[in-house]
Design a protein around this ligand. Sequence first.
Ligand SMILES: Nc1nc2c(ncn2[C@@H]2O[C@H](COP(=O)(O)OP(=O)(O)OP(=O)(O)O)[C@@H](O)[C@H]2O)c(=O)[nH]1
Ligand SMILES: [Mg+2]
Length: 359
Amino acid sequence: MRIGIVGMPNAGKSSLFNALTKAGAEAANYPFTTVEPNVAVVPVRDGRLEKVAETLGAHPLVFETIAFHDIAGLVRGAHEGEGLGNQFLANIRETDAIVHVVRAHEDPNVVHPEGRVDPAADIDTIETELLYADLEQAERRIERVSRQAKSGERAAVAENQWLGQVIEALREGSPARTVPPPADAPDAMRNLQPLTAKPVLYLANVGEGETEVPPEIAQYAERAGARAVAVSARIEAELSELDDEEASAMRDDLGVPESGLDLVVHEAFKLLDLIQFFTAGEAKEARAHAIERGTTAWGAAGEIHSDIQRGFVRAEVVPWNELVDAGGYAGARERGTLRLEGRDYKMADGDVITVKFTP
Ligand SMILES: Nc1nc2c(ncn2[C@@H]2O[C@H](COP(=O)(O)OP(=O)(O)OP(=O)(O)O)[C@@H](O)[C@H]2O)c(=O)[nH]1
Ligand SMILES: [Mg+2]
C-alpha cells in the first residue's frame, strides 16, 4: 500500500515525512529491509490486534504498513517540467492514494512560493497541475491506443473511447475519477494511472497549538467528497525526536493531541477502502492483513501464504471481539462463536482466521 505526498514547496511535506519515518523506524517489525530515502514505511497500529495478542499471549505483533512517498514541491507549471515537477509526478503515479499537504500556518519565517498564505488557492494550483499532468499522459496514451483500436479489438476500442472521455473531462477541469472505468478494458485504468483518480486526504498543516481544519480547507474537501485532517507537521517532526515521556510533556504544554500522526496514518489507510483480518497463535506472532472488501476465505488464505491457499481445507473464523470475550480459541469454540467456514466465505473486518490445510 503506497501513498504519495503532494503539495506546494515549503508546505510541510518533508516535515510530515520525517515524523512518519521516525514513527516507522520505531516499529521493529515491518516487512521491508531496504527502504528508499524518500519512502517511509509506517505501521498501521490497530488496537484490536493488540487485544487479540494479549488474550492469546501472542507475540510479536506485526501490523499492516503503509509506504509514504515524499516528493519535491509542485509549482505552477510542474506538468511542463517546471521545477522537475514532471519527474516527481511520475514517481507517485504508481501509488494508491494521495495525501495533499496544504500550508495553513502563518509563520512569516517560512517563505511561501507565491508570497501569500492562501490554502484554497494552493489546493487549486496543485490540483490543476495534477489535471494537466493527467491530460498530457492521456493524450500520449490515446495516440497509441487509437491506432490499436483501428483493428477493432474490443479492449482497445473500449480503452480508446474511455480515454476520449477522460481527456474531455480533464479539459473541462474535472478529475479523471469522474469518468467510470470501462468494463471492456479492465487494464485501462492501470495503463494510465491517473493522479486525479486516486483518493485524496487533505492535510492542513496548521500552526503550533491549532487543532482544527481551517474552514476553507474543510469546505474544499467536503465539495470534493474527501476528508481533511489538521496536523502541525513541524511539531510532529520535533516530537518524533523526543523520547515518549518528553514528547507527552511537550504535547501537554502545546495542547497537541496524542494521536496526530496516528490520525494521519489511519485516515490514509481508510482512503484505500480495505478491511483487515488477523492471524494469531498462542506464543506465535499476531499479524494484521489488509484485503479488499469482499475477499473470500480462500483469498485470505493466499494472503497468508500460497502453500496455505493451495492446501486449503476449511477456515476457523471468529470475530476479534468474540475471541477476546471468550478468553481464547478454546472458549470461543465452547461458546460457538468460532465457526467453520468454507473457501467461499466472505471475510469480515476484524475476523481472526485459522486456515486448516493439507501441506
Ligand atoms: N511554523 C511552522 N513551520 C513549519 C511547519 N511545517 C513545516 N514548517 C517549516 O517550513 C519549512 C518547509 O518545510 P518542509 O517540510 O521542508 O516543506 P516541503 O513541503 O517538504 O517543501 P519542499 O520539499 O521544498 O517542497 C521548514 O522550515 C519547516 O520547518 C509548521 O507546521 N509550522
Ligand atoms: Mg520536501
